[in-house]
Design a protein around this ligand. Structure first.
Ligand SMILES: Cc1cc2nc3c(=O)[nH]c(=O)nc-3n(C[C@H](O)[C@H](O)[C@H](O)COP(=O)(O)OP(=O)(O)OC[C@H]3O[C@@H](n4cnc5c(N)ncnc54)[C@H](O)[C@@H]3O)c2cc1C
Length: 445
């Protein structure tokens, strides 16, 4: 006989940590566990580098839109309580920082998660989710690499989105010299140890600019090439009016909008969160390039209006064939490393999207997909299951629903607290519905 949890969370990043904090604050769903693949989870660790203070390596989020405040300012898991409990409150207030430094916010996320360790099992990489049959009350079975399976009445997928690898790089992504920003620190450090001399950075996002700055500050001998389809790095739209996309009322409106209205809104609000950079980072990068030229060096080259046509790797390096959109001429360049600051995959049908998140592959037969084969969710983030599975518990996507719930639902910290409240509400409703069904113990199928 195997224990069945009321709730199993997959991943223990900010999204599921915020949910566990709510469980703890409210004393609900004590019979829950969160499975995290890392041994010691740290918020976006691969991009957590201490840039010089003058670069302001800050987060892009007002810190009180943290893991708890929006649902309960009295929670002990607020950013304010973190500052207070760690003896930093007064000096932090003295700095008058609208956005905290990134290592400080990562410290806050770890501080919250360390208090929730009774919910957490680390070193548990979830491989597959499947569902048991009707006799076993449609309980979910979660397979973990090299470990015993775990059973749950409800599953919360909080794995973060999959990295987007553009087509020209898909044939070389298994090469150690080509890597996404989600493995930047590890991969870049390994290549530096092997004597790498030049890198290409693909994309024009905040992360692309930060990576260029990081490499130029800490590895001054490196030659760096930025490649972007755009004319230049766009400035992030931080207008307070646009920033209302991070209000729960925006999510309500967006969720109800039809596809054409969603597209219209997306075009408008895109630069509040994607493919755009903060002014402090842009100013610093521009100054760095100017400073280098002043000293007769040209360490950072911006290749604007440039498309990557193909990539190949051999023992001499990674060969990029690129085309300048102004002249339509192609040329080949060779690099010791290529960093893809190319973003993440939302649910959808475009080349950069994914119809069903990979972690749901094992259960795809149970999903009520849209006409174009995509996973669908309701306002409470519950994945729609096929008719006949009404007695199954909830399968919830926590932080993967930007297509249905709007900009910022996956790529921002701002809505985590209010989202956990909605998810807990959906779980409680489901719990009431299923109280009559005894699923405390099931035999492994
Ligand atoms: C570099 C970077 C910087 C960002 N900075 C900001 C910012 O300043 N402000 C802002 O508002 N937003 C920011 N974001 C966007 C967003 O808020 C963060 O990505 C946030 O971390 C999302 O939280 P999450 O829990 O959904 O996903 P993640 O943080 O990605 O956490 C997912 C967790 O799940 C684990 N996991 C994944 N797959 C499995 C599996 N199969 N089995 C078990 N565990 C698994 C991972 O190890 C990870 O711990 C940033 C994103 C990135 C990439």
């Amino acid at each position: 006989m195997t224990k069945t949890f009321d709730v199993v969370g997959i991943g223990f990043g900010p999204a599921n940590i915020a949910l566990a904090a709510l469980f703890d604050d409210e004393g609900i769903f004590n019979n829950s566990v969160f499975l995290e693949k890392s041994k010691t989870p740290v918020w976006q660790e691969e991009m957590l580098f201490e840039n010089a203070l003058d670069i302001h390596s800050n987060i892009q989020n007002i810190p009180h839109r943290d893991l708890a405040t929006l649902r309960s300012p009295r929670s002990r898991y607020t950013f304010m309580n973190y500052l207070h409990s760690t003896g930093k409150l007064l000096s932090h207030l003295n700095m008058d920082l609208l956005m905290p430094m990134r290592p400080d916010f990562a410290g806050y996320v770890s501080w919250v998660s360390s208090q929730l360790s009774n919910y957490l099992r680390t070193d548990q990489a979830v491989d597959k989710i499947t569902m048991l049959d009707d006799i076993h009350s449609h309980v979910y079975r979660i397979d973990v690499k090299g470990k015993e399976p775990v059973f749950a009445r409800n599953v919360i997928v909080g794995t973060g989105r999959e990295a987007y690898i553009p087509k020209p790089f898909q044939n070389v992504i298994d090469d150690d010299r080509v890597f996404h920003l989600t493995s930047y620190k590890t991969s870049h450090t390994a290549l530096m140890k092997k004597g790498a001399k030049n890198f290409a950075v693909i994309g024009s996002s905040q992360s692309a600019a930060e990576i260029l700055l990081h490499m130029s500050k800490y590895e001054p001998r490196l030659e760096l090439h930025s490649f972007m389809r755009r004319f230049a790095y766009p400035l992030k739209d931080t207008s307070p009016f646009m920033s209302e996309i991070f209000f729960p009322s925006f999510t309500d409106m967006y969720f109800e909008a039809d596809d054409s209205l969603k597209k219209r809104i997306d075009m408008d609000v895109h630069r509040t969160n994607y493919g755009a950079c903060d002014m402090d980072v842009l100013t610093e990068l521009y100054r760095q390039i100017y400073y280098d030229k002043m000293h007769g060096a040209n360490r950072i080259t911006i290749n604007r209006l440039t498309d990557i046509i193909s990539a190949e790797a051999d023992e001499s390096g990674v060969h990029l064939t690129v085309r300048d959109a102004r002249t339509m001429e192609t040329r080949k360049e060779i690099f010791d490393g290529v960093v893809l600051a190319t973003g993440f995959r939302n649910i959808g049908t475009s080349e950069s999207s994914v119809r069903i998140p990979a972690v749901l592959d094992g259960i795809s037969d149970m999903l009520d997909l849209s006409d174009d084969g995509c996973a669908q969710v309701d306002r409470s983030y519950r994945v729609k299951l096929k008719p006949g599975l009404e007695s199954a518990g909830s399968l919830i996507l926590n932080g993967l629903c930007e297509t249905s719930h709007g900009m910022g639902d996956a790529g921002s910290l701002s809505l985590l607290a209010s989202r956990s409240q909605i998810i807990a509400g959906a779980l409680s409703w489901n719990d009431g519905k299923k109280n009559s069904v005894s699923t405390d113990e099931v035999a492994a199928q």
